[in-house]
Design a protein around this ligand. Structure first.
Ligand code: ARG
Length: 467
């Protein structure tokens, strides 16, 4: 197949080089963006009198026909035939409409064309990812609203620490995801400039209208420097950084779900539809979905590392290294979408086991801080109260007791300040209810946090019907 750039060459491209160079197998997913960009470019060329209106009409009809044929599965993008999606669309157009097709690439380069296509594609995908994150936040909100009073142990160092509620725990993740949405929004905001018209690197001598194409294609403005316009891939890096942080959050939650559904915890039961079995051990019900999310986090970090590495030290302006942006960015996007699509229903359908959470909370002296606070509120300096409580905990461990099952005499043996009301003070529900400081686990305080999340979702068009 003769190349579009064949004029300067005396020989055919080596087959190995052809395969190595070609990107059509993966950049064909930007077919719609490529056509959209070409439609805007052609319309601009016509408006500016750079090509004739009849040509614009033919190009427009031709491109729309190609779009329809691609969508109907009638076009196969093989690397033998096409180098990349930009060449493919132009070749197809010229095959169909002849000379008018050959005029489309006036005042344009593949360098600004690919820069445009990638931006349009990434913008679209950010919108889709954002919608999936918001939906998962909604799922978390609903689960939290069902578990405002579900007491569980809160952990530090994976050691039982202080009592919290399941709602409190889940809302921590909702807050992480809220920041993820903000990062996606920021990325979108920063990249909303149109590179079309940057040309190969140095703009063009034709009287193009970059404001028009920028506006037509939904960008805030044209990019301000043509060299930067064709060689900026910051937005891919920013997106992959944002997605890496998002995956880090999903991996943390996955890890917790894996622990929670083990027999050691049994805080939750995953729905059968979201678990898998073992080929040899009949009793097994495995959290493979969570493990895969945890594992796939590596792909997204990998994409970020790939982008940062190949962009490092590239001189201005366009270099073919930049073609590597596609697979890395696509891989990150696909992975994140797949993970979000599965984690949301998995979380929505899991069964919470409040009794088991409560029983775990009863062991491990998670009310020890409250016992010390009890003394402190009666005037004992905190450090002394801390020490007295430590002595009590040690005594309990020695005698197989808990703070709740100690007699008042045993309390008084350590400090005379203890009275009958200590049992109320160290009761788990008191411990949770009294933690009313901003951000704490008291049900009314978690409810306040939830209002913030609900408002955040509402501002972004997600309504939650509260039964
Ligand atoms: N397939 C190329 C890419 O993805 C398109 C731009 C090619 N430009 C060039 N001067 N070879 O980067």
């Amino acid at each position: 197949m003769a190349k579009m750039w064949a004029g300067r060459f005396q020989k055919e491209t080596d087959a190995v080089v052809n395969d190595f160079n070609s990107s059509v197998m993966f950049d064909c997913r930007m077919y719609a963006e490529d056509i959209r960009g070409s439609l805007a470019h052609a319309a601009m060329l016509g408006r500016q009198g750079i090509i004739a209106q009849e040509d614009v009409q033919q190009i427009t009809d031709g491109l729309n026909g190609i779009l329809a044929d691609i969508e109907a599965g009638k076009i196969a993008f093989s690397p033998e035939k096409y180098e990349d999606i930009h060449m493919a669309n132009e070749q197809l157009l010229t095959e169909r409409i002849g000379d008018a097709g050959k005029r489309l690439h006036t005042a344009r380069s593949r360098n600004d064309q690919v820069a445009l296509d990638m931006r349009l594609y990434v913008k679209k995908e950010i919108g889709e990812i954002r919608a999936l994150v918001l939906d998962f936040m909604r799922v978390l909100y609903v689960k939290a609203s069902e578990n405002l009073e579900t007491v569980m142990p809160g952990y530090t160092h994976l050691q039982r620490a202080q009592p919290i509620t399941f709602a409190h725990h889940i809302m921590a993740y909702a807050n992480m995801l809220k920041r993820d949405v903000r990062r996606l929004d920021d990325c979108l905001d920063g990249m909303n400039e149109c590179p079309l018209g940057s040309g190969a690197l140095a703009g063009t001598t034709y009287p193009i209208d970059r404001e028009f194409t920028a506006q037509t294609l939904g960008f805030d403005r044209p990019t301000d420097n043509s060299l930067d316009g064709v060689s900026d891939r910051d937005y891919c890096i920013e997106l992959c950084a944002a997605l890496s942080i998002l995956m880090m959050h999903l991996s943390r939650l996955s890890e917790e779900v894996i622990a929670w559904c083990s027999w050691e915890f049994k805080f939750i039961e995953l729905d059968d539809a979201y678990s898998t079995g073992s080929s040899i051990m009949p009793q097994k019900k495995n959290p493979d979905v969570c493990e895969l999310i945890r594992g796939k986090t590596g792909r997204v970090y990998g994409a970020l590392t790939t982008l940062l590495t190949f962009m490092k030290a590239i001189p201005l302006a366009y270099n073919k290294d930049m073609q590597e942006d596609k697979e890395a960015t696509f891989e990150a996007i696909d992975t994140v979408k797949n993970c979000l699509r599965v984690i949301a229903p998995m979380f929505a359908t899991m069964t919470v086991l409040p009794e088991n959470m409560k029983n775990a909370a009863k062991r491990g002296f998670i009310n020890a801080t409250d016992c010390a606070d009890y003394l402190t509120k009666k005037g004992v300096p905190f450090r002394d109260a801390y020490k007295a409580t430590g002595t009590l905990v040690h005594y309990c461990i020695e005698h197989g007791k808990t703070l709740d099952t100690l007699s008042l005499d045993e309390y008084k043996a350590v400090s005379e300040v203890f009275e009958d009301d200590v049992y109320h003070a160290i009761d788990l529900s008191t411990c949770v209810r009294e933690r009313r400081s901003i951000g704490g686990p008291a049900p009314e305080e978690v409810a306040r946090q939830m209002v913030n999340i609900r408002d955040f979702l509402k501002d972004r068009g997600i309504e939650i019907d509260e039964a």
